[in-house]
Design a protein around this ligand. Structure first.
Ligand SMILES: NC(=O)c1ccc[n+]([C@@H]2O[C@H](COP(=O)([O-])OP(=O)(O)OC[C@H]3O[C@@H](n4cnc5c(N)ncnc54)[C@H](O)[C@@H]3O)[C@@H](O)[C@H]2O)c1
Length: 252
């Protein structure tokens, strides 16, 4: 309990899956959680349940970041951590990826993460520093054929993170920046991919937990534990790192 007590933490894409798990665990550990998402109903419902603040935000719009940081500064006067988590996983390989899919994927993941980091650093500088956590993927490490634009975006997030981490260190900003690289984790995004790519429908499985274990798919809290650690001061010497959460899948 209280590992991140009173820290003000923004989580994007917090109305579902990993973002929701992060929000719940951070709130349970004492953080003042600010959730954002394009899905207002689900986001507001979860926020009410855990005592968080919810704001509607499309991370792919630059002005949404200025609005968000303005509200956070006005309401809390500080920002201790940002989790750039919002994302989409559109299935398409190099031969089938349209320009529209390419731009949408890079807009949400790469542009959103860039604006998020830039605007968070501006506010963190005023309030003494902070921790930025960028949600990448093992797709950044190995490249997944059926997720071309997604792999490119996650690879970009990985190297952007390192560039930011070193800049902040050189400038003595007291801002850390790390990327997180989960393999397959049990969320709606992965359910959709399993259905489309291998014909497994987790929703109609008789024993979804058994199927999860059989497929070697992780649980959202496996990632949330890492997020709490990176937000907390326990990770004060971790900077520019890539935290892989895949039970060794990319090692062998
Ligand atoms: N689940 C996995 O196995 C896995 C693995 C590696 C990385 N990731 C990454 O983790 C993050 C969360 O994925 P998830 O599995 O929880 O997916 P999810 O689909 O359950 O949740 C994604 C959330 O992002 C929101 N979102 C989408 N576009 C948005 C936008 N433009 N602005 C704001 N919010 C937006 C959605 O409304 C949704 O609530 C993503 O960045 C994803 O790429 C997931």
């Amino acid at each position: 309990m209280d590992r991140v007590k009173n820290k003000v933490v923004i989580i994007t894409g917090a109305a579902s899956g990993l973002g929701e798990a992060d929000a719940r665990m951070l709130a349970a550990e004492g953080a003042r959680v600010v959730m954002t998402d394009i899905n207002v109903d689900a986001g507001q419902t979860i926020a009410n349940e855990i005592g968080a603040t919810f704001y509607q935000q499309d991370v792919a719009l630059e002005e949404s970041w200025h609005d968000l940081m303005g509200k956070v500064e006005e309401h809390y006067g500080q920002l201790d951590a940002l989790v750039n988590n919002a994302g989409v996983g559109i299935i398409a390989d190099i031969e089938t990826t349209t320009t529209e899919v390419w731009r949408k994927t890079l807009g949400i993941h790469l542009d959103g993460t860039f604006w998020g980091c830039q605007s968070a650093i501006a506010l963190m500088k005023k309030s003494g520093g902070g921790s930025i956590i960028n949600m990448s993927s093992t797709a950044a490490l190995v490249g997944i054929p059926s997720f071309l634009a997604y792999s490119a975006a996650k690879g970009g997030i990985r190297s952007m993170t390192k560039s930011i981490a070193i800049h902040c260190k050189q400038q003595n900003l007291n801002v850390r920046c790390n990327s997180v690289h989960p393999g397959s984790i049990n969320t709606p995004m992965v359910h959709n991919a399993l259905k489309k790519l291998v014909g497994i429908d987790m929703a109609s499985e008789e024993d979804p937990e058994m199927m999860r274990q059989k497929l070697g798919v992780g649980e959202p809290n496996d990632v949330a534990h890492m997020i709490v650690y990176l937000v907390s001061d326990e990770s004060k010497h971790i900077n520019g790192a890539e935290m892989v959460i895949d039970n060794g899948d990319t090692v062998i």
